[in-house]
Write a protein that binds this ligand. Structure first.
Ligand SMILES: Nc1ncnc2c1ncn2[C@@H]1O[C@H](COP(=O)(O)OP(=O)(O)OP(=O)(O)O)[C@@H](O)[C@H]1O
Ligand SMILES: [Mg+2]
Length: 314
């Protein structure tokens, strides 16, 4: 490809990303109030909360959450996977699990967080969100905060709490991402994936103070395609946003992964030596090298908790 043409294309994409994000604007989110310090009575083992987000639908957020969670569990880590795609939950379907209770029951007080835990292969635990319930899709910030805080009731916190978030820029997504220690952004090589990821980065950084993101390039052909995708987005972030977008790794477009989904299993369980199986093992290895989380997610979400309401009628 001619160099000038390639450059024009890159500039065109950057301008498009920025213009689109400006046009989208962001939902008017109330300015964060100063965090309320929550005193911890007894020191507990620190759980790292990782939100998996992406902006666009269908980019592979759930696939990455499930397989990354199971890959970490296979390495001996204790992992809880929270399905935060409220009302359209599908982790249970993806793993062939049959929940009898969901987040709604937790919020109306008819069960505790421990009662929701489902067992998946390799010791992975899943908290299902509930599907086909409009009320769950319309939770307020207080209810989201109540879900996050419920994990404090676990007698033994896991090493990792992975949170699979919904598509879009809703308060639901923002809440879970803002409360997490790390935000993993799943991006694939499509213009809409890039523009939606950029819009999400913008909202999370500007309105919620999230400054660091880690990117997984999904459904790419190879590592160099993944790097190019990361550079495209990182360049726009450097120019227009005050955020750091680190490259975390990639997952190739893999027929084995699709076959595993059709069998309601994780590819890291069925075919760990497939290309995608290996990729998830590498991603899990990367997560294990991250240092101590910089801050307590709970401190950050304390200001969301003020107006917690009790939900009923699922
Ligand atoms: N690495 C991959 N290789 C091949 N197919 C993939 C890969 N990742 C995802 N897919 C395909 O994309 C589909 C959508 O993935 P997934 O449900 O994880 O996306 P999502 O971002 O969670 O979607 P939603 O926004 O609807 O929650 C999967 O059912 C699978 O068919
Ligand atoms: Mg999903």
């Amino acid at each position: 490809m001619n160099g000038v043409f390639a450059m024009n294309q890159a500039i065109g994409l950057e301008a498009m990303l920025h213009a689109l994000a400006e046009r989208h604007g962001s939902k008017p989110v109330p300015a964060p109030e100063p965090p309320v310090h929550v005193a911890a009575p007894t020191p507990r083992r620190r759980c790292r909360a990782i939100a998996v987000a992406g902006g666009k639908g269908g980019v592979g957020k759930t696939t990455v959450s499930v397989n990354l969670g199971m890959a970490l569990a296979k390495e001996g880590r204790q992992v809880i996977l929270l399905d935060a795609d409220m009302g359209l939950a599908n982790i249970d379907v993806l793993l062939g699990l049959t929940p009898t209770r969901h987040i709604g029951h937790l919020l109306d007080g008819t069960c505790g967080i421990e009662d929701l835990l489902l067992s998946a292969p390799h010791g992975l635990k899943v908290v299902p969100a509930g599907s086909g319930t409009r009320r769950l899709a319309q939770l307020g910030n207080g209810e989201h905060a109540a879900v996050i805080r419920a994990f404090d009731d676990l007698p033994e916190p896991p090493d990792y709490l992975l949170v699979d978030t919904a598509a879009g820029l809703s308060d639901n997504v923002a809440m879970f991402a803002a409360a997490a220690d790390d935000v993993v952004l799943v991006v694939c090589d499509e213009p809409a994936s890039l523009t939606d990821a950029y819009a999400l980065l913008k909202v999370l950084s500007r309105d919620f103070g999230v400054r660091r993101f880690r990117m997984v390039a999904n459904m790419v052909r190879n590592a160099s395609e993944a790097r190019v995708l990361h550079q495209k987005l990182a360049r726009v972030c450097d120019r227009f946003l005050d955020v750091a977008l680190e490259f975390m790794g990639m997952v190739p477009n893999d027929e084995r992964l699709k076959q595993a989904i059709r069998r309601q299993s994780a590819v890291v369980d069925l075919w760990p030596s497939s290309r995608s199986g290996q990729a998830f093992k590498q991603l899990a290895g990367a997560v294990d090298t991250w240092g101590e989380p910089e801050r307590l997610g709970l401190d950050r979400i304390a200001f969301f908790s003020r107006h917690a309401t009790v939900a009923t009628g699922w």
